[in-house]
Design a protein around this ligand. Sequence first.
Ligand code: ADP
Ligand code: MG
Length: 729
Amino acid sequence: MSLRVSAINSISQGKAPKGPASAKITALFGENVFTLQKARAFLSDEAYKSLLSSIKGSKKIDRTVANQIAAGMRQWAETKGVTHYTHWFQPLTGTTAEKHDSFFTLKGDGTAIEEFDGAALIQQEPDASSFPSGGIRATFEARGYTAWDPSSPAFIMEIGDGKTLCIPTIFVSYTGETLDYKAPLLKSLEALNKSAVEVANYFDKNVSRVAATLGWEQEYFVIDEGMFNARPDLVLSGRTVFGHAPAKGQQLEDHYFGSIPERVYDFMRDFENESYKLGIPLRTRHNEVAPAQFECAPIFEEVSVAVDHNTLLMDVMNRVARRHGLRVLLHEKPFAGINGSGKHNNWSMSTDTGVNLLAPGKTPKTNLMFLTFFVNTIKAVHDYSDLLRASIASASNDYRLGANEAPPAIISVFIGGYLSKVLEEIKERVGDKFDEQDEAILKLDLHRSIPELLLDNTDRNRTSPFAFTGNKFEFRAVGSTANCANAMTTLNTIMADTLKKFKQDVDVLIEKGDKKEIAIMHVIREYIVASDKVLFEGDGYSEEWEKEAAKRGLPNLKTTPLALDAMVTEKAKHLFESNDVLSHVELEARHEIELEKYIKNVQIEARIMGELCTSHVLPASVKYQNILINNIKGLKEIGLKESSYANQLQILEKISEHINILSDLVEKMIEARKVCNAMTETRTKAIAYESQVKAPFFDAIRYRVDKLELLVDDSNWPLPKYREMLFIR
Ligand code: ADP
Ligand code: MG
């Protein structure tokens, strides 16, 4: 029996477990997190205070205090049955990494004790040689170490019966270059804090800290594990490289409004419970547009914690799905012709006085503050749209961006009709005087008008990659597999830089004698004019927009190898270095790593395509070809005339043609791959993999395979079909 058939059979036998018993979320929430409340209970006054101030980033923790904190953490963890600890970090591979050590140790005299000291908490040396470093380690002959990040709380990961205390850390080389996603993210948050506070102080002197906030929305597919295992392409590359579109796709849109299937619902409740224990504040769950596609979203948090929570969630979802005989597909485009998955990043900034800086105001003063941060964001996206594009570039996201149901690879900003009008009016004001019309604009009740108008028409526009949604911007082009840190680091940094320049520009005018409000209004006006071309309100998926964007000179880079170039321009190097986020060396290394990841991904897909053709598709097709041949031979033998087997002949001809062309294409693709593999320069190789392997062969091969899928006897077809993966549960 083929894996495909046994997978279908075992679904109907219903082996999946039920979800967990319902529990109050508040009873579970944060149960496995070393929250400040728990720290308070397990730490001395001195240790607790020291932890608090290091969370705020203001003070380093010294060794003796670190010992106390480590001891407190261990005590708490042991009350929960934890035996091991690990430094948990986010290397540039895109997944999370951990190396488990037990608390157990032997003293000099051989007595066994449980121990976890400050040194083990603060720093560790994982074997860094197998993590990507883009040549940094080779250049500097440095090893890497992980260093505790007190701003993110420790937590307990439960896997089966095992429990591990996880210490969130950053990952750095001995020469100080960062080797992970988290360290530059923290630096970008600091840069943004600095410039945003200075600008916010124009309006309120009491603001002393500005934190960026992130609420992500995670889209994903869920399919049966048996079917997953019967699809080597899903197992190895995360997406189906072949598969004919099912007779029914998403055209009825019945999935979006439908109820969640029970088996998936049990899985959701299970992974939600696990997430609550880890302090991930999940709030919404629903079906998405495509069949078998779903979404979850938490309440927003400060960016660094939200990033940790998203990476943790992806991990938890993967593990819990398997308990239910299911698999989660986080890939951006697991099924051709069916909507892909994104990870919308809702982003804003909030002050320690409790103000959301992107929330429209009610008074002239708060309006001016809102307009300042709003227009600065638009200017930042305008000036650095190439970097935002680079921050979301990956082999898997290339299948989604620019495809017909996803945001285009062109970065534009959508702000809605009402705010467009407001900006238009500000732009029209000429001359130096702060006149009545300026006053009138500032007196608008933006707070009330904007949400109403957004509900009216704007949130309907889901085609924009970067949209204002009432009190935050939503960066929609982020891929569903991505670590949000990459996009967030870039967004924070370009915003920090733009605000820094804004402050300088305003101060120049103030020094010349302008009143503060007038100076601010002038610079806002100047920025609106300067970033005009990035604003777009129409349908981002349309062809007209591609043409219009080209006319406006907006970049439209559809492939990752070229999109990544933006990371290493002089402009990018200056930006990241002057804001103390990434050095030249680090940028070059990251660029190299992203290119390598791209090459490997395309390489794996090309290999799996070749393998599936030669060992699955062609044998099944030839088998059916033989059946037809024997049938025709037999009919001929018993003396029937040709017209009575014309149909079989026709099918045989078609099948034979597809078989021949397919095996020829596969051979040629293997040759093309060999040519690419011989290349030594990473960027050239990545570009070649795109233009010599992927572009000329992937679709052409798929076309033949999908035709064969339709022609070959269903009972002989080895791979689960789209209709089975998407509709049987
Ligand atoms: P909708 O579902 O209509 O898009 P929400 O406004 O609730 O509505 O937002 C979607 C996501 O945006 C949620 O994850 C939410 O937590 C997040 N979000 C809301 N406000 C902010 C904010 N100020 N900063 C960052 N994210 C936010
Ligand atoms: Mg959204």
